[in-house]
Design a protein around this ligand. Structure first.
Ligand code: HEM
Ligand code: HEM
Ligand code: HEM
Ligand SMILES: *[C@@H]1O[C@H](CO)[C@@H](O)[C@H](O)[C@H]1NC(C)=O
Length: 428
């Protein structure tokens, strides 16, 4: 362990400097994040911690560090130029995949050494309550952190609530908090320090824009077994990680939306309203197409959910339950249909197919709304989905009600006494 050697050397030559854990962006070695936990904090388990966010003086709109494993639930610190040679540190609460809102929960102080210094943008920060806020234990050797940055011209504002645009790169990594412990400085970043860059932090990153080839200045990046990020640790495979996720997400939403808000309700209207003997065949064809679309959509949903570690969210869970239940629907429908043709009357399977099908479709349509919420889709997308789902749902409801008002299956069977057997036994 290199840092152990470093620590041993430091103590040998009598340095009582602060110990820093450091993580360098895998895509841009000028972007780095450092952490120090002073001895007083590490021994008592509570107290202030120090961190530094560093990047190039120009070319970055903002750079951020967050305590957490993903945007949702993270305590995020966004740094940008303040327009007068110093930096603004904006503490924000991550709540999902959208702009984190300013939060005054974190008690932070900008320290000396911060500003645009020698071609670098530097924020040296003391946070008095970060440990308790993020429920971090000083003995945690694998605490979860996130980072992100955005290319562009400086924001040049001292407004801590400034609007920021979505990142070009993100990553997750872990800090070994025990490796960051040491020193009693009130500003560990202004003195010469021993930095334990290599072993104290491990992680991966992903870029959403084509940037320069990442220089691997972080010897441990991607080499640990902790690759939970969008891409693996190797830079090539992460290049388009997030944008391909967005594409997969869109395909998933469109396929599922078509299946649950268009095809399934349409097929259900057909079985109730289409005149003539072929309503069951048309219903079958429409529902099988919908079924195919939803299975393709499921595949994309699973890929997105795995990548974003979302498989435990309500939306994917309900979605998988619905898809699992749907599996029986065409089988039961077909058997019912054959039995009906053979026996000339409805079996219990008709009711199973009908009520099971209705329950699944309603769940599925509602789940589409949850998906839009989870993805934080644009209001336009949400409105479009709601309108289509609403119209189709209403048509379906009216069709079913109309069917029962007209006498439903009794009328159908009554009609059959005079007429030759209709293939599905439904009223014509
Ligand atoms: C306007 C502000 C922001 C928007 C709209 C936004 C949006 C998103 C979206 C849509 C994703 C998932 C897909 C992708 O990677 O592109 C994401 C992921 C991520 N974002 Fe943000 N973000 C914002 C700010 C931030 C900030 C300030 C941080 C600070 C560290 C951050 C850290 C991350 C990380 C680490 C991920 C990957 C892990 C995860 O899925 O949570 N984001 N963001
Ligand atoms: C994933 C595929 C399918 C789904 C989601 C589905 C869904 C539904 C739903 C929701 C209803 C009730 C409509 C209402 O609300 O009144 C229904 C009725 C019906 N379905 Fe399907 N269906 C599927 C496949 C099939 C197949 C393959 C057949 C075979 C021909 C079939 C035959 C029928 C019949 C005959 C009825 C009328 C039952 C009755 O009331 O007697 N369905 N289906
Ligand atoms: C009833 C079935 C389902 C329907 C109707 C449905 C529909 C949707 C829709 C409309 C979106 C929003 C897409 C967008 O904004 O572009 C979405 C997002 C999502 N879906 Fe589904 N989905 C279903 C099942 C599933 C399943 C089975 C999974 C995973 C196993 C899944 C995973 C996801 C994830 C992870 C997101 C959001 C990703 C993000 O936050 O960025 N969905 N879904
Ligand atoms: C930036 O602000 C901090 C905190 O007020 C201060 O200590 C630091 O010296 C300032 N940096 C510059 C370059 O003015």
């Amino acid at each position: 362990m290199r840092w152990k050697v470093a620590t041993a050397l430091a103590s040998l030559i009598g340095l009582s400097t602060a110990q820093l854990a450091r993580y360098v962006s895998p895509s841009d070695s000028s972007v780095s994040f450092s952490l120090n936990i002073p001895s007083s904090t590490s021994s008592s388990g509570s107290g202030a911690i120090f961190f530094q966010i560093r990047g190039p003086a120009s070319g970055k709109s903002w750079i951020a560090l967050g305590i957490g494993s993903g945007m949702a639930g993270s305590h995020i610190f966004v740094v940008y130029t303040d327009g007068s040679g110093n930096v603004t540190v904006s503490a924000r609460a991550g709540q999902g995949h959208f702009e984190p809102e300013f939060s005054s929960d974190a008690e932070i102080t900008l320290l000396g050494g911060s500003g645009i210094v020698d071609g670098s943008l530097i924020a040296n920060v003391r946070c008095d309550n970060c440990l308790s806020l993020a429920e971090l234990s000083v003995t945690n050797t694998r605490s979860n952190w996130i980072w992100a940055d955005k290319d562009g011209s400086g924001l040049d504002t001292s407004d801590v609530e400034a609007t920021i645009r979505q990142h070009d790169r993100t990553g997750t990594f872990t800090f070994d908090l025990t490796a960051a412990a040491g020193g009693d400085s009130s500003n560990p970043f202004v003195q010469s320090v021993r930095s334990s860059t290599s072993a104290a932090a491990t992680g991966t990153g992903t870029r959403t824009s084509s940037g320069s080839t990442p220089t691997s200045s972080n010897p441990s990046s991607g080499s640990n077994g902790d690759d939970q990020n969008l891409g693996s640790g190797s830079s090539d495979t992460t290049t388009s990680g997030a944008s391909s996720i967005n594409k997969m997400l869109k395909i998933h939403g469109i396929l599922m939306g078509l299946a649950f808000a268009v095809f399934f309700p349409f097929g259900s209207v057909i079985i109730r309203l289409l005149p003539g003997p072929h309503k069951a065949d048309v219903h079958m064809v429409v529902q099988i197409i919908g079924f195919g679309l939803s299975i393709a959509g499921l595949a994309y949903g699973i890929m997105v959910a795995q990548d974003l570690r979302y498989i435990t969210e309500t939306h994917p869970i309900i979605g998988m339950v619905v898809m699992g239940g749907l599996f029986f629907q065409p089988i039961v429908g077909l058997i019912h249909h054959w039995l009906f043709k053979a026996k000339g009357k409805r079996t219990i399977l008709a009711y199973i197919h009908t009520y099971w099908g209705r329950a699944l479709l309603i769940l599925g349509i509602v789940n589409g709304g949850l998906g839009l919420q989870l993805a934080d889709n644009t209001t336009g997308g949400t409105i479009a989905y709601s309108v289509v789902a609403g119209v189709m749902g209403l048509a379906w409801l009216s069709a079913s009600v109309l069917y029962y008002v007209r006498g439903g299956s009794k009328a159908a069977i009554g009609a059959k006494l005079e007429k030759p057997l209709s293939p599905d036994g439904l009223r014509e």
